[in-house]
Design a protein around this ligand. Structure first.
Ligand code: MG
Length: 381
């Protein structure tokens, strides 16, 4: 069991829940980081007494430095401060940053030899083989925090040979617009899209869930984490969010992980793996749940997962490109600047560029990311 951990994005939804786990299991905190929420971060510093904390917003960092001067925690300003925290030696680095901002900190943490508990899916979507190969080279484990990938990882325990796995089945809640058709969705607002039926999550991922881009990103994430081709990763809509994902084996046996929809289960497993501990999460009562339903996703209405599959088949920088287009479009939609349907059009447009399919560095990926964001913004001006 790990003794120390750093949490990147400690004031976000996953970060706060990760600290709940730390409190219960006695894991000590090496460093914490936040973008701007220094009130919450101050409380966390006073409770967990990390050696370092970083605030991406430099003015807020200065303010916090004064407020916690009595604690002995050193405050590092800016994104460089976040990277410095990621580089500190610790048993596990939990990366719950949102978007492409999570890529470089993961790389720094792998270079420092820290085990990664990964909640930032963009690290693997944009970073692709570059990140996976670096982790292999440094013998660093990447443990999934995303509930679907944790379910697959848990359903693979006890499988001696990965060749015996036939396919992975990701479940999807379907989001707030399940059952609707494209023409009914053209003009839905960010406010409507932000109402997720089962999970409470940050704003970016909740919109991704409404467009089902989240499932597309998760197909790419699963392909990279478990070294599976795209055509062996299925998606099933499961409205109750109780079966978190499944693994089908050569003998047609299917193993799944079930539980109430509460991120503290996958977060805790990533931190305590291979052990399990008591959790504050509610017990699953299947008799009360009564019905579990499964159905095919509507890929005509929700086109983003198909675009993500295409990016994965092409390889190279294409997965970074669809991710960048989506991140920008998601942001523009939340700002009220584009319509809901424009998000998937932006993602489709990213497949229209001719991109390098060979090996690439993290710098190449970040350069492409800025370029695609710019093009996506220009597309809607
Ligand atoms: Mg998920």
């Amino acid at each position: 069991m790990i003794k120390t951990m750093t949490v990147l994005g400690s004031t976000g939804s996953i970060g706060v829940q990760a600290l709940d786990v730390a409190r219960l299991t006695g894991i000590e905190i090496t460093a914490l980081t936040s973008n701007v929420r220094i009130d919450i971060l101050e409380n966390q510093i006073r409770e967990f007494r990390p050696a370092f904390a970083a605030v991406a917003d430099e003015e807020k960092a200065e303010e916090l430095k004064i407020r916690v001067a009595d604690t002995g925690t050193k405050i590092l300003p800016g994104y460089s401060g976040v990277l410095e925290c990621a580089s500190l030696k610790t048993d596990t680095l939990l990366n719950s940053l949102v978007g492409i901002a999570g890529l470089l900190p993961t790389v720094r943490a792998i270079e420092a030899g820290n085990r990664i508990a990964l909640a930032n899916k963009e690290t693997l979507v944009a970073g692709g083989d570059t990140v996976i190969n670096l982790a292999k080279e440094r013998r660093v484990d990447i443990l999934p925090v995303d509930s679907e990938h944790s379910a697959i990882f848990q359903s693979m325990q006890g499988c001696p040979d990965k060749k015996q796995i036939k396919k992975l089945i990701l479940t999807a809640s379907g989001g707030p617009f399940f059952g609707k058709k494209a023409d009914e969705l053209k003009d839905v607002t960010a406010e409507q899209a932000l109402k997720h039926p089962n999970w409470s999550m940050g704003a970016k991922i909740t919109i991704d869930s409404a467009t089902m881009m989240n499932k597309g990103l998760e197909i790419i994430e699963a392909a990279r984490l478990f070294d599976m081709p795209e055509d062996r990763i299925d998606v099933l809509v499961h409205r109750q969010s109780i079966v978190h994902s499944l693994v089908e084996y050569e003998d047609n046996s299917v193993i799944a992980q079930l539980g109430v929809p509460d991120m503290r289960i996958p977060i805790q497993y990533a931190l305590t793996y291979p052990d399990r501990f008591k959790s504050p999460v509610r017990e699953l009562n299947l008799a009360q749940a009564r019905t579990l339903t499964f159905e095919e996703p509507d890929s005509e209405t929700f086109r983003c997962p198909g675009y993500c599959r295409e990016a994965l088949r092409r390889g190279g920088l294409y997965t970074a490109a669809v991710n960048a287009a989506n991140e920008k479009a998601n942001e523009l939609f939340r700002a009220g600047k584009i319509r809901f349907g424009d998000i998937s059009e932006s993602v489709e447009a990213a497949l229209g560029y001719t991109l390098d399919k060979g090996n690439h560095t993290v710098e190449d990926i970040l350069a492409l990311d800025s370029e695609i964001r710019k093009k996506t913004e220009e597309m809607w001006q």
